[in-house]
Design a protein around this ligand. Structure first.
Ligand code: BG6
Length: 511
């Protein structure tokens, strides 16, 4: 985002190519970029996994999902694009398989003219990461990076790696993965992906905050009462029960650690000194390091977990989480998590940041809500409709669906007399710009090809985020939930989460 360089010619090598992510997200996103003319002049995609397939069989497998998930599927353009898609069968955890792989990469680089630039994409089960990264290093595939010796930084070739989440399953394993990556790649070549950062409205948040003069003066503890970040999904675990009900799963790890802390960082960060990736990421990380680690005594007061039981979503009956395939009958995995955090800085002292995320909830929405303090004196107490007190102003930043920003304030109802009601000033992304926001993966893949790390997490951020949630995870493991399931599918989560807010006279913004 910060730099406007074009993407360099390159070979995109996807480890874990027979997996769902490649079919559902990566290949359609690259296809969209291809159709928009945004891919480099010379590129090739090489899918690698153990399944014995040839190029044609691989392309055939990819087509149905591309039809479904690409922006505008055109069979002619798809056929053109497919000429750049290849497949190589290999086990990335076996070093001997890298000889054949290297040979194939060399051939493709010659055929497609991609030169030495390689974008590795780790889309594997996390337990395969270590061996795969070590093998990339041992096979000598990273000629720039650790072994960098070129004198001309502008024209030197590059080898970069995109690492999918989950990035570790706790603070220690994330730190370990960072060390493994750091032994093979320079930090400037490591792209830790968080697809939420690729969402258009998230990027717009930086513009909203720092390209406008009117918000920044009130963006602090003097005017803001609290901040909410919600990511609610109506889907359950969608056949991923086995993964989700494992030591790497659960809403606290998957969503709060994985995505929402980043959103909190963007809302709370100080203005960076420039839009350079490092400057932005440093400011975000300062927020994560300043976030108070909860003590054992505080945890029951500031964190809530939930697991859905049977219910109804959109008129359809939904079974309980424990009835999903791959999930244990007595599973302790939380499908809902909420927590109230404090950022110990001059700007944010005493302002709660309330984060929550859940599966099988009433609505799919991702939003950030900034609630301001009430006016110091309520002049209009007798004129406010339907409520006893004046309502605080709110800025609602909608990430999905209906991307946009809404400002709620009080207005006079037309007519004789004085009657007051909440009204909304609405910026709708699609209506305003007449374009749908691009799929997050497209934005991020393009940024990685351009060498722009702004929307990727750096080493410190991943470790800081884990350190914030680790005490809660440890506590939950030590004290199993006795009341699971504690919310019905299709609702807004467990009542404990409402109590968490009500304790301080607040409530969740349920759209
Ligand atoms: C993923 C999580 O990172 O994000 C999933 O692992 C979750 O559990 C998904 O469903 C939600 O993404 P989005 O873009 O649909 O909000």
């Amino acid at each position: 985002m910060a730099t406007q360089n074009g993407p360099g010619n390159c070979l995109i090598l996807i480890f874990g190519a027979s997996g769902d992510l490649t079919r559902r997200k990566l290949i359609p996103a690259l296809y969209d970029l291809f159709v928009e003319g945004l891919l480099p002049g010379h590129f090739a995609v090489l899918g690698v996994s153990r399944s014995p397939l040839d190029d044609d069989a691989f392309r055939e497998r990819l087509e149905p999902m591309a039809r479904e998930n690409a922006g505008q599927f055109d069979p002619g353009r798809w056929a053109e694009y497919c000429r750049h898609i290849h497949y190589h069968s290999a086990d990335s955890t076996t070093l001997e398989h890298f000889d054949g792989l290297e040979q194939r990469m060399r051939e493709l680089s010659e055929t497609h003219g991609t030169g030495e630039n390689v974008l590795f994409y780790l889309s594997l089960a996390p337990h395969l990461y270590d061996a795969t990264i070590n093998n990339i290093g041992a096979a000598g595939m990273v000629t720039e990076g650790k072994a960098w010796c070129s004198l001309n930084r502008e024209t030197r070739p590059w080898q970069r790696i995109i690492v999918e989440k989950p990035f570790g399953h706790d603070a220690a394993s994330a730190a370990h993965l960072n060390r493994v990556l750091g032994r093979v790649f320079e930090e400037e070549s490591i792209y830790r992906i968080d697809h939420y950062l690729g969402k258009e409205t998230v990027q717009n948040l930086l513009v909203f905050r720092f390209a406008n003069a009117i918000f920044e003066p009130v963006w602090n503890r003097n005017y803001i009462d609290h901040v909410q970040v919600t990511a609610s999904e109506t889907v359950g675990v969608e056949g991923r029960g086995g993964y989700y009900d494992s030591p790497s799963g659960g809403a606290m790890r998957d969503m709060i650690q994985g995505h929402l802390l980043q959103l909190m960082g963007l809302v709370a960060m100080e203005p960076p000194v420039s839009m350079a990736a490092d400057d932005i990421r440093q400011e975000k990380n300062k927020i994560l390091t300043a976030t108070r680690r909860p003590t054992v005594n505080e945890i029951p007061q500031i964190a809530v977990r939930g697991q859905y039981g049977p219910g109804q979503i959109g008129g359809k009956a939904v079974p309980a989480f424990r009835e999903e395939e791959g999930v244990a009958d007595d599973s302790q995995t939380e499908t809902y998590a909420a927590c109230q955090l404090y950022v110990d800085t001059w700007r944010w002292e005493g302002v709660p940041f309330c984060l929550r995320s859940g599966k099988a909830m009433a609505r799919k929405t991702t939003e950030m809500v900034i609630t301001f303090k009430r006016t110091p004196h309520c002049l209009f107490r007798d004129h406010i409709r339907n409520t006893a007190a004046n309502k605080p102003n709110q800025i609602v930043i909608n990430l999905q669906p209906n991307e946009g920003i809404r400002l709620r304030f009080e207005g006079k109802v037309p007519g004789a007399g004085m009657s007051i009601k909440s009204v909304v000033m609405d910026f709708d992304y699609e209506k305003q710009f007449g374009a749908e926001a691009r799929e997050a993966y497209g934005t991020l893949l393009l940024d990685a090809m351009r060498g722009d790390q702004t929307l990727f997490k750096n080493r410190e951020e991943t470790e800081s985020a884990w350190q914030i949630v680790q005490p809660i995870l440890d506590y939950w493991q030590a004290y199993p939930a006795e009341n699971f399931p504690n919310y019905a599918a299709g609702t807004w989560g467990p009542s404990e989460a409402d109590i968490l807010m009500a304790r301080h006279g607040r409530h969740w913004h349920n759209p």
